[in-house]
Ligand binder design. Structure first.
Ligand SMILES: [Zn+2]
Ligand SMILES: [Zn+2]
Length: 273
């Protein structure tokens, strides 16, 4: 990982104490949501200055009471991971103290015009930051967008589509892929009934097993996480997993229902995509 520490990018000191955190559910992905100079993508020597500008803008924002840049990490088009508030500290980007405590905030240096599209190196940098939060910062497996659970267009449609695909590490580029965790050859036994969206709504440990497995596979099952209810979020996520499975050589009908074939794919299909 190409980590740029606060001292390396010339961070100003925070103007107040951080709120300490020891664990999160995972990571939320952001964009800047304003124009980002297109020239940044061609000249990494400008990226540190851009992060300093971002920090200054946040610390002097008249509407907020921010002590520091709002994000945990900021990723440039060259795949460098700029340390924002960093690990073990609550961010200020997700939309309020509860949301900020639940997920780290990782921001891609793209915006509404100028530099709008994430490069392969940037995607590697985003995955590097996610893995770093998990390995060193007590982050859980969730990868969501800022718009999940909060009314905003952030992180933009293109990055959000990548998040919904499970924030995969791209092939190629200059990243340094980590080995995938081993996949068990067998999962738990299929419960013997099809799990689906129904009325009354299905609830129970089998549903929770599916939700936990989806989250393990880096799919989001919605803002309530693995709550054991087979609601619309779970159905939609199962359907997305089924389509992804079909695209990766494990053909499944995308009906959003967990029959035996989908159950087996959830536990036996390799996680690397
Ligand atoms: Zn955001
Ligand atoms: Zn850069």
């Amino acid at each position: 990982m190409k980590l740029v520490s606060r001292s390396e990018w010339g961070a100003a000191a925070p103007t107040g104490p951080y709120t300490r955190i020891t664990a999160t559910r995972g990571v939320k992905i952001h964009w800047e949501g304003s124009p980002v100079p297109a020239g940044l993508a061609a000249d990494h020597s400008r990226c540190a200055g851009h992060v300093r500008d971002l920090q200054h803008a946040h610390q002097t924002d008249p509407k907020e009471n921010w002590i520091d840049v709002a994000y945990s990490f900021v990723i440039c088009q060259h795949g460098f991971v700029f340390e924002g508030r960093g690990l073990g500290r609550q961010n200020a980007a997700n939309g309020g103290p509860t949301l900020n405590a639940r997920h780290y905030a990782v921001c891609a240096m793209v915006g509404t015009s100028g530099s709008t599209s994430a490069s392969t190196d940037m995607l590697h940098g985003l995955v590097d930051a996610i893995e770093y939060c998990r390995a060193k910062g007590g982050a859980g497996p969730e990868v969501l967008g800022h718009r999940d659970g909060y009314s905003t267009t952030c992180p933009g449609d293109e990055l959000y589509a990548w998040v919904q695909r499970g924030a995969p590490r791209p092939s190629g580029g200059s990243g340094n892929p980590s080995p995938q965790p081993p996949t068990p050859a067998q999962g738990p036994a299929f419960p013997g009934r099809i799990l689906r969206l129904a009325d009354p709504m299905l609830h129970g440990p089998d549903v929770q097993t599916v939700q936990h497995r989806l989250i393990e596979r880096t799919w989001s099952v919605g803002p309530d996480g693995a709550d054991g209810w087979y609601g619309r979020n779970t159905r939609d996520t199962v359907a997305a997993f089924q389509r992804d499975s079909t695209a990766n050589g494990w053909p499944l009908e995308d009906d959003g229902e967990v029959g035996e074939l989908t159950w087996r794919a959830l536990f036996n299909r390799p996680i690397s995509r």
